[in-house]
Ligand binder design. Structure first.
Ligand code: NAD
Length: 383
């Protein structure tokens, strides 16, 4: 397997990502120093809404988040989004990384930039593995409209991507669901998959016994009518399931080909950085594989390791999920087909949910308004 350093050195997309960092810095500078625009009230450009996770949590309703994320995929499928691939910093000695994710969706007038980390060892610091902050940008002026917690939004929009993929690709219910990795994203995969498919049983496995049992206990409280079982092994959790969600930071395959039956749909969520993988590549070879974005998936998705070893080629990939959502390609075409959604996480998912949250918070007068600077004051001498 290529090391991260090896991948960085030979990565042909590095130039593109460097350009996207520059573009991002331009957006951020523009938001702070943009000249006063004719007919734009200083109030609109000056005030920034601060939204904490406590403000945001009650605003994230599953049906609305799912609808927004589905719309984001549709817009991408129709070629109407600007979304340079994520830019990564690798904190190798801390087993972590940081990503910057800008997006602009012109037809929806939505733009945002997210900064997000992934540190799988954060549990020992009592911090989540994934934490994020999102800047919502007004495309008209470049001004920052809101600075918001992105941790909750990341989990919700990742759950929603799994929900959208399940809606288009999984068999009709009632379905049995297997979940590997019982952390933050697993909770949301369960919530959104449950929203789009009737479930008859959920089996969960985690390397850490305590995490698995906590997940089962919480899920039983949340879904009292659903049979939720702690599995003894990965094999026990995935064998015979109709839907499987993988949500671990694994760097080697943990789900073997023999365990996956015909007709299964897999949401492969955990692999979102170079070197990460959760599925035996043989599964990908016999499945209809949908990625969320070509550039991101080759670089850091479930296919990144098998692709770098020459085990998977472009021809092995059916397409992007957005093409199915936009009606350009068919989803599941038979009961026997195995389908895999390789999710790396898209900036457009964050942008649409940030916009939704901002609108709801503004309507309900939630959050704190602040002024970071007075640069746009009528009397200011700044350009
Ligand atoms: N695709 C996306 O859009 C997206 C978004 C957010 C996070 N992620 C990725 O999802 C993964 C999980 O994130 P999280 O926030 O839920 O992390 P988390 O730390 O809350 O949960 C991960 C769980 O996986 C378990 N685990 C680790 N290795 C395992 C293994 N080999 N077998 C079984 N269980 C194992 C851990 O014990 C932990 O409980 C990370 O890799 C993260 O980068 C992807």
């Amino acid at each position: 397997m290529k090391s991260w350093a090896g991948l960085k050195a030979t990565d042909p997309q590095q130039g593109e990502r460097d350009r996207s960092v520059l573009a991002l810095m331009q957006v951020l500078c523009n938001s702070l120093y943009h000249p006063r625009v004719e007919n734009v009230s200083p109030e609109l450009t000056l005030k920034i809404l601060l939204l904490t996770d406590r403000d945001i949590k009650p605003l994230l309703e599953i049906n609305e988040v799912l609808e927004s994320v589905e719309q984001a995929f549709r817009e991408k499928g129709l070629g109407r989004v600007q979304m340079p691939a994520k830019t990564y910093l690798y904190y190798e000695k801390y087993d972590g990384d940081l990503r910057v994710m800008p997006a602009y969706m012109e037809s929806m007038d939505v733009s945002a930039v997210k900064v997000v980390n992934v540190h799988p060892e954060n549990r020992k610091f009592k911090l989540p593995t994934v934490m994020a902050v999102i800047l919502l940008i007004d495309p008209k002026t470049g001004a920052v409209q809101a600075i918001m917690d992105g941790t909750e939004i990341t989990a919700a929009r990742t759950g929603a991507a799994g929900g959208v993929a399940t809606k288009y690709l999984a068999k009709d219910g009632p379905c049995r669901l297997g979940i590997i990795g019982a952390g933050v994203q697993a909770t949301k995969q369960l919530a959104y998959v449950h929203h789009v498919r009737e479930l008859c049983e959920v089996k969960v496995y985690d390397l850490v016994e305590e995490a698995k049992l906590r997940f089962v206990q919480n899920a039983r409280q949340e879904y009292p009518n659903l049979r939720i079982v702690a599995a003894d092994s990965v094999e026990d959790a995935v064998q015979g399931q109709d839907i499987v969600c993988t949500v671990t930071p694994s760097r080697k395959p943990i789900i073997m080909d023999d365990w996956i039956e015909d007709g299964t749909h897999i949401n492969a969520i955990g692999a979102d950085a170079p070197g990460k993988e959760e599925l035996d590549p043989a599964i990908l070879k016999r499945s209809k594989v949908l990625i969320d974005d070509w550039d991101q998936a080759w670089h850091s998705g479930e296919i990144n390791v098998p692709a770098s070893k020459g085990l998977i080629h472009r021809d092995d990939i059916y397409g992007e999920l957005d093409e199915i959502v936009a009606g350009k390609k068919k989803g599941r075409t038979s009961k026997k087909e195995i389908t895999v959604f390789d999710s790396t996480g898209l900036a457009i998912q964050d942008a649409v949910v940030a916009k939704l949250v901002h609108k709801k918070a503004t309507d309900k007068k939630i959050g704190t308004k602040t002024e970071l600077s007075t640069l746009f004051n009528e009397t200011s001498n700044h350009p």
